[in-house]
Write a protein that binds this ligand. Structure first.
Ligand code: ADP
Ligand code: MG
Length: 327
């Protein structure tokens, strides 16, 4: 089974940022409101995610590291209308098959913390007592140490770090109710506290999308049937930045979907010639049975059941919002 894990790892574990994405999704699924992401050497050397989520009981630690062990799907049906972020039960098993992984956890109702350690694909899981506050930490050291071919594909520290920073920015734009800290080589790169007030929300938007965006973006909120679009859009007259903030979220997931992106650009095209300069953070919500998130294991892609309908709704909603801005 460990070999199967390594094969699965090829699909989910592409680079340090994809490991971090899976680990953070687990933390969010566990109800964490505070996340610390500590990485060394662009994640090549070490990734450590610490959360204040529900934790994992001692007798479930080994299971959490085995393939297809998920606490999130009770019936196969659930896959159809999945609401949690992770659901395949293979991220931890896959990651541990290509690294040295330590999972330390303490649920609030357990007096001591315990850790589970797994290394590569041939070793079992070791369980030991540990010290840890309520919540979990996952440490991934020496990613791809036993798969030299994959290791070779790791880019320079700077490139991997860039991917990680982009990921954290997207997650932070998806979850204003969660605080994030990003530490690279011992240095705090980002500290994004939980946003409870409009001022805190605006500060986070400013630190991720730029202060210009935070000041000038229009708030949009539209609905048609059970599809909803909300978020912020930069008015066409202010679109001038070289690498503008462009974020789209579907049912809370950070997804860069072709249908939605095309619709936004089409709406802007009425006002500006270079739609690449448009800037937005938009949140699309639709019933879970209207969107298939199960297209790719890493879940970067979705398929809409009625993509034409979604497309036209987004064009309309964005155009309406931009038009209001005209003199
Ligand atoms: P999945 O998320 O698809 O269920 P994973 O391999 O990512 O599969 O995780 C396996 C299981 O380990 C999860 O279902 C969950 O029960 C548990 N788990 C993993 N990470 C955490 C965490 N940070 N906090 C609490 N439980 C966790
Ligand atoms: Mg998961």
């Amino acid at each position: 089974p460990r070999l199967a894990n390594q094969i699965a790892a090829g699909e989910v574990v592409e680079r340090p940022a994809s490991v971090i994405k899976e680990l953070i999704e687990n933390s969010l699924d566990a109800g964490a409101t505070q996340l610390e992401v500590r990485i060394d050497q662009g994640g090549h050397k070490r990734i450590l995610i610490r959360d204040n989520g529900s934790g994992i009981a001692k007798n479930e630690l080994t299971l959490a590291l085995s393939r297809h062990a998920t606490s999130k799907v009770d019936h196969l049906d659930d896959i159809e209308r999945i609401a949690t972020l992770g659901f395949r039960g293979e991220a931890l098993a896959s990651i541990s098959s290509v690294s040295r992984l330590t999972l330390t956890s303490k649920p609030a109702d357990q007096t001591e913390a315990w850790l589970a350690y797994a290394e590569g694909r041939d070793m079992g899981v070791q369980i030991k007592p540990a010290a840890h506050p309520n919540g979990s930490s996952v440490e991934v050291a020496d990613l791809f140490f036993n798969t030299p071919a994959r290791r070779k594909f790791l880019r320079a520290e700077k490139t991997e770090f860039h991917h990680i920073e982009e990921l954290i920015k997207r997650l932070a734009m998806a979850r204003f109710d969660v605080g994030f800290t990003l530490i690279h080589n011992g240095k705090t790169i980002r500290n994004l506290p939980i946003c409870k007030t409009d001022a805190q929300t605006s500060r986070r938007i400013g630190s991720i999308c730029g202060t210009e965006f935070a000041r000038k973006a229009l708030y949009i909120s539209g609905q048609s049937g059970d599809i909803q679009l909300s978020g912020w859009l930069l008015p066409p007259s202010s679109c001038a930045q070289q690498s503008p903030a462009q974020y789209t979220f579907i049912n809370g997931r950070m997804i860069r979907d072709k249908v939605v992106t095309h619709a936004i650009r089409q709406a802007y095209a009425e006002f500006i010639s270079d739609t690449g300069l448009s800037a937005y953070a938009l949140y699309l919500t639709l019933p879970f049975d209207q969107v298939d998130v199960n297209v790719h294991p890493a879940k970067h892609e979705v398929r809409f059941i009625q993509s034409r309908l979604v497309h036209d709704f987004v064009v309309q909603a964005v155009q309406d919002a931009l038009r209001q801005q005209l003199p």
